[in-house]
Design a protein around this ligand. Sequence first.
Ligand code: ADP
Ligand code: ASP
Ligand code: MG
Length: 418
Amino acid sequence: MKFGGTSMAGSERIRSVAARVKREVAAGNQVAVVVSAMAGETDRLVGFCREASPLYDPREYDVVVAAGEQVTSGLLAIALQAIGVPARSWLGWQLPIHTDDAHAKARIGEIDTGALDASLAAGEVAVIPGFQGVTDDGRITTLGRGGSDTSAVAMAAAMKADRCDIYTDVDGVYTTDPRIVPRARKLAKVTYEEMLELASVGAKVLQTRSVGLAMKKNVRVQVLSSFTGEDAPMADTLPGTMIVGEEEITDVERQLITGIAHDKNEAKITLTAVPDKPGAVASVFEPLAAANINVDMIIQNIAHQSAGSASATDVTFTVPAADLARSIEALNQARGAIGFADLVHDTRVAKVSVVGVGMRSHAGVASTMFTTLGARGINIQAISTSEIKVSVLIHEDETELAVRVLHTAYGLDAEEAA
Ligand code: ADP
Ligand code: ASP
Ligand code: MG
């Protein structure tokens, strides 16, 4: 069982989580619980680091931000004990949960489960702080924002759990963020591949890495709500959304488009008048790769030639907004090698994506998207596609409208608004 930030926000919520865990134990299950920090706490701790120094040491950042989960894991163990459930917390370094040393975005390696298995066999509930691990030389790491989902899936895989139940503040994965589109529909099942794509283009209900890991390790993941009463159906009846292999989806259940996601955390950069010659594009993206910056959408316009000068082209691409300053710095440093005229950037953009495995066998998905947005006067600034996804970059202010009209256009609206 994994409980997210809103589920752990305050003593009353933690007591309610403890009661839910107790129900599972009473039903005869052995339970390991992974917890997030209280909602808002990680942001608060990140803020302290920035105040201490804008150029903070990521190793010390990890020491600070991992603290939020340490608090909630201890509190949940206390709350469980208080209602007669034997429980103890296991911090990342105590198990240990080994990670690499990529501080602030570490990857989980080995997890030793010997002590945990013994504790569970002895009838204890194990409470494990999400988001944290430890390097081989004993330094605390964190897994990147939203990383408790990945902790939970990794624990489930290591312990060979029957299921990994992710409890959050919505009762499953919806066709789009239900906070933006009240007519969004809950999906009973979604494939690993679609969930991976949805998460990577902005559906933050699961951290992208957690889905990749679940797919690789074949972990059965269910997303469900912790905000239901004591009379709510047990998790075994699968009241939420199951992430499943494609073979588990029947033809009747299969939709052309499964979901729509948006992401406002990208920034657009355009380099004008880049020389049109072999190696020019490489010279743009090499310095960004060297700075560890992920480039997402890319468009290169056809070359144009003005009298007397060599032909040149404009190159537009997106990077994470958080990396914009570093990107500009890297590109300006490489300006001599690239030879561009101007660098123009814009953070007031959003990426809206439609995802569905049905696209593989059906034409017209992209054209429906462009027609629908065009009819609403929404201008498309960049496009990218994969086998099961089409993404467009638009003005940030039009995000909600775009998601809503696309949701309707692809026939995803629920019968009645929730
Ligand atoms: P937790 O703190 O439990 O990890 P998150 O805030 O990380 O919770 O994720 C849950 C939120 O994800 C929901 O409140 C919802 O607004 C958002 N969300 C975005 N896209 C979707 C979607 N397709 N289905 C369900 N929730 C979504
Ligand atoms: N507390 C961490 C965060 O806010 C990890 C998580 O909640 O998944 O990013
Ligand atoms: Mg989350």
